[in-house]
Design a protein around this ligand. Structure first.
Ligand code: PEP
Ligand code: MG
Length: 568
């Protein structure tokens, strides 16, 4: 079966189904007191084990978890200990004579539906937490599956509908050899997580995955996008050889860590990483990243009940600045909205959230939130080499307004005597076609551009990046997208500002030489992609890359372009 390979590598392992168990009610009625006592025990043990499991996770991974993740886990413990839920479940077991599993399913479903129907956004979102808790209790009751998070066998291949950041928090990542999901495309959460953790993954496999059972043997090729279930011996052996070859390739790449990203004919390029928080910095350094081209700060704002204040944000950014030392760190101001909703901001439902009240639009409307973030970034800038980047810019007016907010933030800090760097570079994401078209004019307003191909692609082609039904149309090799990227790079260079690219295209090996040929200087990607891209750059002469781009730019069909690049 094929899906979209989104994180390279070959894995051989056993399937573990991640099911959001709100499950089917069996309808079984218990026979006598003994059975009822045993069901009560099953339930109470399951709750204790679930709490212990979360606590163990928090202890064992305390250095690794971020504050938002700890808050989320605390909320889950609170739900597990909720006396009302407990009473309701015990009543079903004792009075209605239902099994522990059925009682949990019924009570959790009722509680989740109640939250679902609430007006308040924040409370409505809690239904997902309730369902998550329900699945966790059920997985402890249901010994047959046995695949609770703590008991995942080594070399597990997770099979799921989708994988979200909150799933990843609860998983012992060292046991995961790969994952395959039914939904999703190249820029879905699952794909971004897999790449940043260096786990081979195939997404968007569709309904073929539903045939997989726990403990099936799975072969997964995250480069080719292939998933094979219970293979015969010959296929398995061929895969093992493929895996060895891949590992040998990676081992030779790790020798490149301390070598520069310089082309065969001496052009020096820069390879940066995309991160979500301080815990990602070790991977950046390990993989030979020379800086951070994109810090997605919105991760700090998600999965919590209220906005982080200036001090909390300051500590978060400072930790990254200190870990990065002299390396540049590009801090993108909050890119909230679209698929990244914050329940506590109470943003009304929108028909088209991706084109709605989000990112810089929201920040300029809610200046108090924006200035708080800017003050925290500026203060942290004193401890390292930070630069500020605004997302979703569509016009010069927005840049000017945002820069005014930076000036106001500086004034507030000065009046309080708080230190911040004298000069901090300010840049914008080029991810809306209007910004790319106006790149020459916008370049005069800022110190750098970073091209966000994930959004540039969706807005240029009018293809929703989250919708797998239209995913074949979502292609960064579409000539219209390539032209906008090339124009942005050209205008940046004419105006003497740096141009980087931080969309997923930067880590696509097929795109490297085309982007080099266009004159791109900075590539920012998941840390795990850096060695491969460095190898391509070191193996290519700039003159050859320019020729490749010149040939590709004359083609009008994305498939023709990809076909040509594959042959090179
Ligand atoms: C982009 O749009 O290319 C980008 C890097 O930002 P995000 O994926 O966070 O929207
Ligand atoms: Mg974007």
């Amino acid at each position: 079966m094929y899906g979209t390979g989104v994180s390279p590598g070959i894995s051989i392992g056993t399937a573990s189904l991640v099911r959001k168990k709100t499950g089917k009610v069996s309808g079984i009625i218990t026979a006598g007191d003994e059975e009822r006592i045993s069901e009560v025990k099953k339930f109470t043990n399951a709750v204790s084990n679930a709490v212990a499991e979360i606590e163990a996770m928090m202890n064992n991974r305390s250095g690794e978890l971020q504050k938002t993740e700890i808050d989320l886990l605390d909320t889950h413990i609170e739900f597990l200990n909720d006396p009302q839920i407990r009473t309701d479940i015990l009543e079903k077991i004792n009075v209605e004579h239902k099994t522990a599993a059925d009682s949990v399913i019924e009570v959790i479903n009722a509680a989740a539906s109640m939250f679902d129907s609430m007006e308040d956004d924040y409370l409505r979102e809690r239904s997902a937490d309730i369902r998550d808790i329900g699945s966790r209790i059920l997985s402890h009751i249901d010994d047959v599956d046995g695949n609770t998070i703590n008991t995942l066998p080594e070399n597990t291949i997770l099979i799921a509908d989708d994988i979200t950041p909150s799933d990843i928090i609860s998983i012992d990542i060292t046991r995961i050899a790969g994952f395959a999901t039914r939904k999703g495309g190249k820029t879905s959460h699952a794909a971004i997580i897999a790449r940043s953790r260096g786990i081979p993954a195939v997404v968007g496999c569709g309904d073929g995955l539903t045939g997989i059972a726990n403990n099936d043997l799975i072969l997964l090729d995250g480069t080719a996008g292939e998933v094979i279930i219970n293979p015969d011996n010959v296929t398995e052996e061929a895969f093992r050889i493929r895996q060895k070859e891949f590992r040998l390739g990676i081992a030779s790449l790790s020798d490149l860590r301390d070598k520069p990203a310089v082309t065969g004919d001496g052009h020096r390029l820069k390879l940066y990483a995309n991160i979500g928080g301080p815990s990602d910095m070790d991977k950046v350094i390990e993989s030979g990243g020379e800086g951070v081209g994109l810090l997605r700060t919105e991760i700090l704002f998600m999965d919590r009940d209220s906005m982080p204040g200036e001090e909390e944000q300051f500590l978060f950014y400072r930790e990254i600045a200190e870990k990065a030392g002299k390396m540049p760190v590009t801090v993108r101001t909050m890119d909230i909205g679209g698929d990244k909703k914050l329940s506590y901001l109470q943003i009304p439902e929108e028909e088209n959230p991706f084109m709605g009240y989000r990112a810089i639009r929201l920040c300029l409307d809610r200046e108090e939130l924006f200035i708080t973030q800017l003050k925290a970034i500026l203060r942290a800038g004193y401890y390292g080499n930070l630069r500020i980047m605004f997302p979703m810019i569509s016009s010069a007016g927005e840049i000017r307004k945002a820069k005014k907010c930076v000036a106001m933030a500086k004034e507030e800090l000065s009046s309080k005597g708080l230190p911040f760097p004298g000069k901090i570079d300010i840049g914008i994401m080029i991810e809306i076609p209007s910004a790319a078209i106006m790149a020459g004019e916008l370049a005069r307003e800022v110190d750098f551009f970073s091209i966000g191909t994930n959004d540039l692609c969706q807005y240029t082609l009018a293809v929703d990046r989250m919708n797998e039904k239209v995913s074949p149309l979502y292609n960064h090799f579409n000539p219209a997208v390539l032209r906008l990227i090339a124009y942005t790079i050209e205008q940046g260079s004419k105006n003497n500002i740096h141009v980087g690219l931080c969309g997923e295209m930067a880590g696509d090996p097929l795109a490297t030489r085309v982007l080099m040929g266009m004159g791109l200087e900075e590539f920012s990607m998941a840390s795990s992609s850096i060695p491969v891209i460095k190898k391509i750059i070191r193996d290519t002469d700039m003159t050859a890359a320019v020729k490749i781009w010149n040939t590709a730019r004359s083609m009008t069909d994305p498939d023709e372009i990809t076909g040509y690049l594959k042959e090179r």
